[in-house]
Design a protein around this ligand. Structure first.
Ligand code: SF4
Ligand code: SF4
Length: 96
């Protein structure tokens, strides 16, 4: 639609987004569906387990494991913050 013809909506005209129907149901939202072409790929050999990516990931998609970290692609939205923050460049954004 032409930008100049788009009707600006008031806050109460905007369709509802994430409904909270019961406690904890945000776990069911597959935020991984928001990715648009790029996906973070971990190089375990470079990773020193500093956990900065775990702290910075806005989706909580970095999971801690016995032997390091794992990226949960169900929640990963492909924002690339983990890739930027990793001090040893162990995470690379690649075409999905
Ligand atoms: S790209 Fe990295 S920081 Fe962004 S959601 Fe995925 S795992 Fe988290
Ligand atoms: S920030 Fe990089 S080095 Fe640190 S845990 Fe994440 S991937 Fe590994």
């Amino acid at each position: 639609m032409n930008e100049s013809k788009r009707k600006l909506l008031a806050w109460n005209e905007i369709p509802m987004g994430g409904y909270i129907t019961e406690p904890g149901n945000a776990r069911e939202y597959r935020t991984g569906d928001w990715r648009e072409g790029k996906i973070p790929v971990l190089n375990k050999d470079k990773c020193n387990n500093c956990l900065l990516c775990w702290i910075y990931c806005p989706e909580g998609a970095i999971e801690r494991e016995e032997d390091g970290i794992k990226i949960n692609y169900f929640y990963c939205k492909g924002c690339g913050i983990c890739c930027v923050e990793c001090p040893v460049k162990a995470i690379k954004m690649e075409e999905e």
